[in-house]
Design a protein around this ligand. Sequence first.
Ligand SMILES: [Zn+2]
Length: 220
Amino acid sequence: MGKRFVELIKYFYECFIETLFPHINQCICCGEESDEVICDKCNSKINYITGKIKLKDFDEYVYPCCYYGHEIKKLVLKFKYGRDFYIGEKLGDFIIDKIKSFEDKNWVLAYIPSSKKNIKDRGFDQCEFLAEYIEHETGILAKKYLIKDDNVKEQKRLSHKERIDNLKDAFQSSKEVSGKEVILIDDVITTGATLFFAKKALIDAGAKKVLIIAVAKSTI
Ligand SMILES: [Zn+2]
């Protein structure tokens, strides 16, 4: 009983330390010892994007922080499905660096809301988490300006045309964005259809300007 009790105490102690100091001295990608949050080896494999890129299917520019390669995919999945909020904050830092590269300073922050089903499955809304973290770190006001129709189907298995039909009336924006400069954030951009129509809803509600930033852009 004594030994098992000590093991149990040790286990709880480790959980407690992991909660207080998650991933300390560890690379969040590979888990190897590292003084940096992402070790040099993993960092060199991340394909960062400077400035903006044009979406293939829309007349629209977006500002992803990097391409959705192996390392970033691992981080996004651990954050989204493993509820690793420490990683979520690091992904939020990517977006903050991007925001700092813009000259304008009077932004408000909007985000693509998850569906009720996804929130129930994952236990949280990942873009809301990112928006709240960015608000906390930068003071930029973040709000749920966008509402997404919950009848919209999952995009993954739809063709390009079906995606457009599925999304074109999917978003509604609060009129509070009227006259404001908005940063619209998402985790991963695939075709950009979601962001294109979300931006349209913000503009229709009177937003003066909308910039789209995401953690990553998939090469699809
Ligand atoms: Zn690493």
